[in-house]
Design a protein around this ligand. Structure first.
Ligand code: EPZ
Length: 427
């Protein structure tokens, strides 16, 4: 397996191009199932999960073609055509590799009147149940059966009537499945306490571009007036706010100054607020965001929360940056039950972090030391890269398949702003 070698201590300086958002792309791709016309998505990031989703779609008989990037885009263009769907089953061997496969449940149910999807199971950061996905689809009129590790959803008389559902817990994926299922329901649907993440707004904007009728976009109360059919569209995936936040932390911990090209500051309020509280300069400029740190980092206190709160997907990366703050920071992870697996690895690099249940106390230290470290999940692996960029000596990050799921061309982007980083095959 590949590994990354980083020789730390180089302040990052220059421009990093932000890719299309992984977590937007993974909910835009299944929208192709909702129409028999071509759906073209631009600015798609080159990531393992996107390739996995493309493969899953071809299992259903969807034709996919990839074109190069347009000049104004960093990512690829993919056209998907679900003219004829030959299977409505997402099999275990594909779903187990990529949990986001569950996002075909709603659109496949809406298009085919039935869908069978392997239960995704848990992952490193938590057991990741899908009960809310199933409850909201039942509220929209689906019949749900669980058997042999699969969920089978059936629309009565082949069409969902629509309905009302108030989420007891904010769920990004369940909101996405509900939106895709409700778009072509025969009646009206209302969702309350729905997720408000920018990726949800991106999904709503695509569905509207395909002919859906949605009110309350960007709020936690969504009303979807079902329409008989959706048509094809061409749509540009939003920039990845988590990738942008990750590279902002990397710039800050190295005392550098970078321009994040394509980043949208209006989608990153909580992250920008935490960075500014830590003494990092963050300014919106034409075409993106400038991030610079020219003094000591200050400790901060944050709790993760659904958008617009501080993103759980940014917790590990901010923690890595705060290892070198002058004082103790307090981070509380309220979304997932096991999202501190980066802590032991950061401590092996000389950090001084204590965890007590959902809370981590990050006692700032004067320096980090390079070490061999193991990635355990996507965002934990990025926190180790961020720490390695500032550590004295050499850091070797193993199990890069975690990193490759969410960070496109990471070494290229970081080398481009002065990092001493290289990927090598395993010995
Ligand atoms: C999405 O996961 C993201 N993934 C995650 O990003 C992100 O961490 C998460 O939203 C929260 O922002 C994608 O978009 C592909 P949830 P999702 O449903 O939809 C509980 C990354 O690093 N819950 O909002 O699975 C759940 O256990 C990944 O890019 C239920 O109880 O997250 C969690 O505690 C990691 N029942 C909370 O809700 C359900 O049916 C939020 O989960 C669903 C969720």
């Amino acid at each position: 397996m590949d590994k990354i070698i980083i020789r730390g201590g180089k302040p990052l300086s220059g421009t990093i191009q932000i890719s299309g958002a992984k977590n937007a792309a993974l909910t835009l791709l299944p929208c192709a199932l909702l129409t028999d016309e071509p759906l073209t998505l631009r600015n798609l990031p080159r990531l393992a999960d996107i390739d996995g989703f493309q493969h899953l779609m071809t299992q259903f008989g969807v034709s996919t073609t990839i074109a190069g990037s347009r000049p104004e885009d960093f990512g690829r263009v993919m056209t998907l055509e679900a003219t004829r769907i030959t299977s409505s089953t997402a099999p275990y061997d594909l779903v187990r590799k990529m949990r986001a496969s569950i996002l075909v449940l709603g659109p496949m149910l809406a298009r085919m009147g039935g869908a069978t999807v392997s239960l995704p199971g848990g992952c490193a950061i938590g057991n990741r149940p899908i009960d809310l996905h199933l409850k909201v689809l039942e509220a929209l009129g689906a019949q749900i059966e669980l058997a042999a590790g699969y969920v089978r959803a059936i629309a009565p008389d082949g069409g969902l009537p629509g309905g009302r559902y108030a989420f007891p817990v904010v769920s990004v994926g369940a909101t996405e499945n509900a939106l895709m299922a409700a778009a072509t329901a025969t009646g009206k649907s209302t969702l309350h306490n729905a997720a408000r993440e920018p990726e949800i707004v991106d999904l709503c904007n695509l569905l509207v571009a395909m002919g859906a009728e949605i009110e309350g976009i960007g709020s936690s109360d969504l009303t979807i007036h079902g329409v008989p059919r959706l048509h094809g569209a061409t749509y540009r995936v939003m920039p990845d706010r988590i990738e942008a936040g990750s590279y902002a932390c990397a710039a800050a911990i190295t005392g550098g100054s970078v321009h994040l090209a394509g980043a949208r500051i209006e989608e990153m309020d909580a992250t920008v607020g935490a960075l500014r509280d830590a003494g990092v300069h963050v300014e919106p400029v034409r075409g993106g965001i400038d991030v610079a740190a020219d003094g000591p980092l200050r400790p901060v206190t944050i709790s993760t929360a659904p958008y617009p709160g501080f993103a759980t997907d940014m917790q590990a990366q901010l923690m890595a940056m705060l290892c070198l703050a002058e004082g103790s920071s307090v981070l509380t992870e309220t979304i997932f039950e096991n999202r501190y697996m980066h802590v032991p690895e950061l401590n092996r690099m000389g950090a001084h972090i204590e965890t007590k249940g959902r809370t981590a106390i990050v006692n700032g230290v004067s320096k980090l030391s390079g070490a061999e470290v193991m990635a355990t999940d996507l965002r934990a692996s990025m926190s180790l890269v961020i720490a390695g960029l500032a550590a004295e000596g050499e850091t070797v990050v193993h199990r890069l398949y975690h990193l490759d799921r969410g960070y496109e061309r990471l070494e290229e982007k970081l080398s481009g702003v002065g990092a001493d980083i290289e990927r090598v095959g395993s010995d």
